[in-house]
Structure formats: structure tokens, C-alpha cells
Design a protein around this ligand. Structure first.
Ligand SMILES: CCCCCCCCCCCCCCCC(=O)Oc1ccc([N+](=O)[O-])cc1
Length: 264
């Protein structure tokens, strides 16, 4: 056999091997199809690196949905979360991408229904009594009205994504308590943290009733709330104001994302 011929045979063999390798081994292992839903805590207001195509939804490429997508290479991905969303916004305008092949759904929702922005505005501009009264009203809403609204939203998600693992992520405490901190009073800090606990308790119980997983982020944020000295939340932001009292990029990477990962 002439050397050229054997070389050409070898080359043919090599090419065939390469070809079969290329045909049988996908470039990247595909994870389950993933859809992210929810409010500004899901969209990533406060995390920076915003997707300009998301307009006033202010979705961030550094928020937990994109961190999960980048790590798990889902076979399909959609993020329909949006700044200011309430439960009916999820049901009415975020469920488009869900289908029977959807493998994982995440969402953070309920805080705006209970009046998050108005509560924080009242607590920043009003007296201790104003703040306590406004939080009491929000807690009463969370306990009496929010459960039915969450049920309707969770039912709509399950109807469109019958095979998905649904991970409902909660809200962190906003303040580290018992430390010296310039700004709002200790009374306000305690009351606002109490509101996170009430919201998380209601959301967790409704999620469990639907067979959804509840991802509690409070311990992940422990020691990184406002006044901690290593804050993973923004305080009042003058511009853009929609970042106020929302998680930073660190809050998404080290608070929300590990909790989503552990529960998905
Ligand atoms: C319900 C009383 C909550 C009191 C403080 C408790 C803080 C922890 C819970 C946080 C809940 C945040 C959910 C809201 C996220 C959200 O969409 O915020 C907005 C972001 C931006 C706008 N906006 O109008 O631009 C409006 C709302």
C-alpha cells in the first residue's frame, strides 16, 4: 500500500469518526425548558445590566432567572417577569410561553398585591404610627385577600404547564435588626420585616397546597439586609427609583439564585 493511500484511508477514517462524534454528541447538554414569571424581584430591578428590550419591565441579565438559564442550558427559556406585576398580571400577560413541555417554572409574586410601593412610601415619609398602621393593613390584605389571588394564579400556571416543577420564591427581610443604623426608626424596621414574614408565610402555605416548592430566601439573605454593612438590597434610590428596596446583583447571585438552584 502506498503511503499516500494509507494516509488518505486514515484521513477518511478520521473524518468519519469526527462526523459520527459530531452527529451523536450535542454541542451542549440541554436542560429542561424553563420559564421565569413574576414581579420586579424576579425581573431583577436593582441588579443592573438591564435588557433594554424589556422596556419598563426592567429585566436584568444579572437576575436569578438568567443566572439559572446560564448555568443549566435549558432547551427553551422565556422570562416574562415584570416590574410592578401583581398576581392578575401574571395570569393575564405572563403565561404565554408555558406548555406541556415546560420543565421548570420560577416566580416571585404577591408583594405588589399587598401594596409594597405604597407601604414603603408611607414608612419613609410618615411617622412610626403611619408606618405601623399601613403595614398592618398590608398584612391583613396578605392574610385575607392574597390567598385566593395566589390560588387563581397557581391554578392558571398548573393548567398551562402540567408537567413543570414550579418553584415559588419568597421575599427577604429588608433590615438587619438590633444594629445601629442611620435612617428609619427601629420600630419601622421591625414592622417592615414582620411584613416579609407574613407574606412568606401566606405564599409558602398556598404554594404547598398546589404541590409547588417554596424557596425561602430569608436565611440566604441573613446578615445582608439593609443596615448589615454588607447589604444585598438597595435602600431608597432617588434615580432610578424603581431600584429602591430591591436586591442588588449580589442579592440575586448569592441570595436568590442558590435557593432556586437548591429547589429546582
Ligand atoms: C406588602 C408590604 C411589604 C412591606 C415590605 C416588605 C418587603 C419585602 C417584600 C417585598 C415585596 C416586593 C414586591 C414588589 C416588587 C415590585 O414589582 O416592585 C415594584 C418595582 C417597580 C415599580 N414601579 O412602579 O416602577 C413598582 C413596584
Amino acid at each position: 500500500m502506498r503511503p499516500t493511500k494509507s494516509l488518505s484511508a486514515l484521513a477518511t477514517l478520521g473524518f468519519a469518526t469526527l462526523l459520527s462524534f459530531a452527529l451523536t454528541v450535542p454541542a451542549q447538554a440541554a436542560g429542561p425548558s424553563y420559564v421565569a414569571l413574576g414581579d420586579s424581584y424576579a425581573a431583577g430591578n436593582g441588579a443592573g445590566n438591564y435588557d433594554s428590550a424589556s422596556g419598563n419591565c426592567h429585566r436584568s441579565f444579572s437576575a436569578y432567572p438568567y443566572l439559572w438559564k446560564n448555568a443549566h442550558a435549558p432547551s427553551a427559556f422565556a422570562d416574562t417577569s415584570c416590574s410592578g406585576a401583581v398576581t392578575t398580571d401574571v395570569t393575564n400577560s405572563q403565561l404565554g410561553p408555558l406548555n406541556s413541555s415546560t420543565g421548570v417554572v420560577s416566580l416571585t409574586i404577591g408583594g405588589n398585591d399587598a401594596g409594597f410601593s405604597d407601604v414603603m412610601t408611607t414608612c419613609v415619609t410618615g411617622s412610626d404610627t403611619d408606618c405601623v398602621n399601613r403595614v398592618n393593613q398590608a398584612e391583613s390584605y396578605a392574610q385575607n385577600t392574597l390567598p385566593d389571588r395566589l390560588d387563581a394564579t397557581y391554578n392558571a400556571i398548573r393548567a398551562k404547564a402540567p408537567n413543570a416543577k414550579v418553584v415559588v420564591l419568597g421575599y427577604p427581610h429588608v433590615y438587619t435588626l438590633g444594629v445601629f443604623c442611620v435612617g428609619l426608626s427601629d420600630t419601622k424596621h421591625r414592622k417592615i420585616d414582620e411584613a416579609s414574614d407574613v407574606l412568606d408565610s401566606v405564599i409558602s402555605s398556598r404554594a404547598a397546597a398546589h404541590g409547588f416548592v417554596f424557596g425561602d430566601v430569608r436565611s440566604a439573605f441573613n446578615g445582608h439586609e439593609l443596615c448589615s454593612g454588607d447589604d444585598w438590597l438597595h435602600s431608597l434610590v432617588v434615580s432610578p427609583s424603581w431600584e429602591s428596596y430591591h436586591p442588588t446583583a449580589n442579592g440575586h447571585a448569592s441570595g436568590y439564585y442558590p435557593v432556586l438552584n437548591a429547589n429546582s
